[in-house]
Write a protein that binds this ligand. Structure first.
Ligand SMILES: [Zn+2]
Length: 410
């Protein structure tokens, strides 16, 4: 048994923090007991880590990452930028950095294959707990269809471990969902609007209602949740009406109160991914810059409108488009968009676990849950930006195993 004691505790539920708390972690990697220090009896053989003056939180969760992506360059996206072995090791390094920055779970929204997840589970590399989309779906000309400006088609198999993801028509969409399930997808991701492309803006619609309904139905038959990239307009409406489980980006969602109500009623999450838009606005191609600028204010307003309507807003960065390893930036941006600091912390813990469908195992510090825990130097309720300071991440534990310990090493 291991005890983390004398800390401030933010449990991920949004409830008031506990001061002078103790958490006991058992040998099975689960949380045994949580409580005020004086209420928790330490077993005789217990290893005790005193974390006075520091804060204990659930391991952070990023609901929208792309661990295998390094920018939007077509050669990289076609798997031609460097040897596959080099790329695999680069991804492993990013996964390690991401874990050590306090992120114990990542929902990867595209192009990470199951081998990485197996490597983490088998202890070949260290990384966060992973939930994978593998190949996202879109129709021809949609976001998954990456042709060159001169019309060169995406190679049939940019990554031999992944299905192509491009599917048109109800039957082909169902078949592609089955292919994606076959390669180990934990959830299904599809693009139903574009963004930042001359031929496909954020307010277009990729799939017809019939195709989107079939996609969601097929995914749910296999017990998989569905995440949909949708910025606004008819593509967004079609996705929500089809009954997806989360809307990714959703910048213009606040303009459609009936969709917000539908999302609240059906427990559909919103993952606004502000981080990626801060980069698009400055470094994106001309179309991405223009759209990021155009959507910005409504994107911020959408968060408040969603929360007022009862929609759960969760933290996701869309990392991989521009940078890796600073996933906590999203919390700062959620606060700038009007969330309280506590809401932003819940968006990256308790609610985020719900978005992943893992709320029974992770996301909050409660007895019986997996011991995915972090200790930070200082109080994130006084400013969430401190979570971006790697030196202030003092301890990272995943399922009871310690991956980073700056406390014992002083
Ligand atoms: Zn993405």
């Amino acid at each position: 048994m291991l005890a983390l004691t004398n800390c401030k505790l933010i449990d991920g539920t949004g409830g008031p923090p506990l001061t002078a708390a103790t958490v006991l972690v058992n040998a099975q990697g689960r949380i045994e007991t949580v409580g005020r220090r004086e209420a928790v009896t330490l077993p005789p053989d217990c290893q005790v880590i005193d974390i006075t003056g520091q804060t204990l939180l659930p391991g952070l969760i990023d609901c929208h990452d792309h661990l295998t992506s390094f920018g939007y360059d077509l050669m990289g996206r076609w798997g031609r930028a460097e040897p596959r072995s080099t790329r695999a090791l680069r991804v492993a390094q990013v996964m390690d950095e991401t874990l050590l920055s306090g992120y114990t779970a990542i929902r990867d929204c595209g192009w990470l294959d199951i081998g990485y997840k197996q490597a983490v589970e088998q202890g070949l590399i260290s990384g966060p707990r992973l939930q994978l989309a593998t190949s996202p779906l879109s129709p021809i000309q949609g976001t998954q269809d990456r042709s060159s400006p001169s019309g060169h088609h995406q190679p049939a198999s940019p990554d031999p471990n992944l299905p192509r993801g491009i599917a048109d028509g109800v039957e082909n969409v169902r078949a592609m969902v089955r292919e994606v399930v076959r390669v180990g997808a934990d959830f299904i991701k599809f693009f139903n609007t574009g963004f930042g492309r001359e031929t496909q803006s954020g307010t277009t619609r990729s799939y017809t209602p019939e195709e989107a309904n079939a996609l969601v139905d097929e995914a749910h038959i296999h017990g998989k949740k569905v995440a949909c990239h949708a910025i606004g307009g008819p593509g967004l409406r079609t996705a929500v009406e089809a009954g997806v489980d989360s809307i990714e980006h959703g910048c213009l969602l606040g303009l459609e109160p009936d969709l917000l109500k539908m999302m609240a009623d059906r427990d559909i999450y919103l993952v606004p991914t502000f981080t990626v838009f801060t980069f698009h606005a400055v470094h994106g191609n001309p179309h991405a810059q223009a759209e990021a600028g155009e959507f910005r204010q409504q994107h911020i307003d959408t968060v408040q409108q969603a929360l007022s309507a009862g929609v759960k807003v969760v933290a996701g960065t869309d990392a991989g488009g521009w940078e890796h390893g600073n996933n906590a930036k999203e919390l700062e941006l959620l606060v700038e968009a009007g969330m309280t600091r506590m809401q932003a912390l819940v968006a990256a813990t308790g609610w985020a676990a719900g978005c992943l469908g893992m709320e029974d195992r992770i996301g909050t510090i409660e007895s019986g849950k997996l011991a995915d825990l972090i200790v930070v130097d200082g109080d994130p309720l006084a400013g969430v930006a401190l979570l971006q300071d790697k030196e202030r991440i003092r301890l990272v534990m995943k399922e009871g195993q310690v991956y980073l310990d700056r406390i014992s090493s002083g």
